[in-house]
Design a protein around this ligand. Sequence first.
Ligand code: SF4
Ligand code: SF4
Length: 164
Amino acid sequence: MEADCVERQCDMEFLSELQDKVAEADCVLSMACGAGIQYIAERYPDKPVYPAVDTTFIGVNKEEVGHYEERCRACGNCVLGETGGICPVTMCAKGLFNGPCGGTSGESCEVNPDQPCAWRQIYERLAAQDRLDSILKISEPQEWTGTVPRTTVQPGYEKEGQGG
Ligand code: SF4
Ligand code: SF4
């Protein structure tokens, strides 16, 4: 088995570097996340492409080696600047943008007693930074359209007639 490494598997420009090697291979085993695996399968549609990893979430290495915890769902409405850097979408069982919900039990979440209440943590983080005014701001309802796949264009790359 031959192995290779590209700088980014989510960019066609870099995938082209694999042209000769993929042509000689029976199949491709990709260690990228699910996005990279799909893109290499799209770039080389005549080759079977297999995932070497099981993409689960955007997370962090938690406490022990090999233990990971989700931290972001890529919601597109990031409020971390207002919540002391704690994500209410992934860390609050109800995904509340305005919290707490009223069911907080001590330091714990009412949905899962083993999980700290995210909004209590947000309160404590903001209090420590003397920024409690942030928690009083009401977040407007989010546009959860459910439309997939989502796309985005960075403002500097918009062509005339595109964008907002
Ligand atoms: S609010 Fe949470 S889920 Fe949304 S982008 Fe920010 S960190 Fe990710
Ligand atoms: S107790 Fe806290 S973490 Fe649990 S659902 Fe309510 S606000 Fe969210």
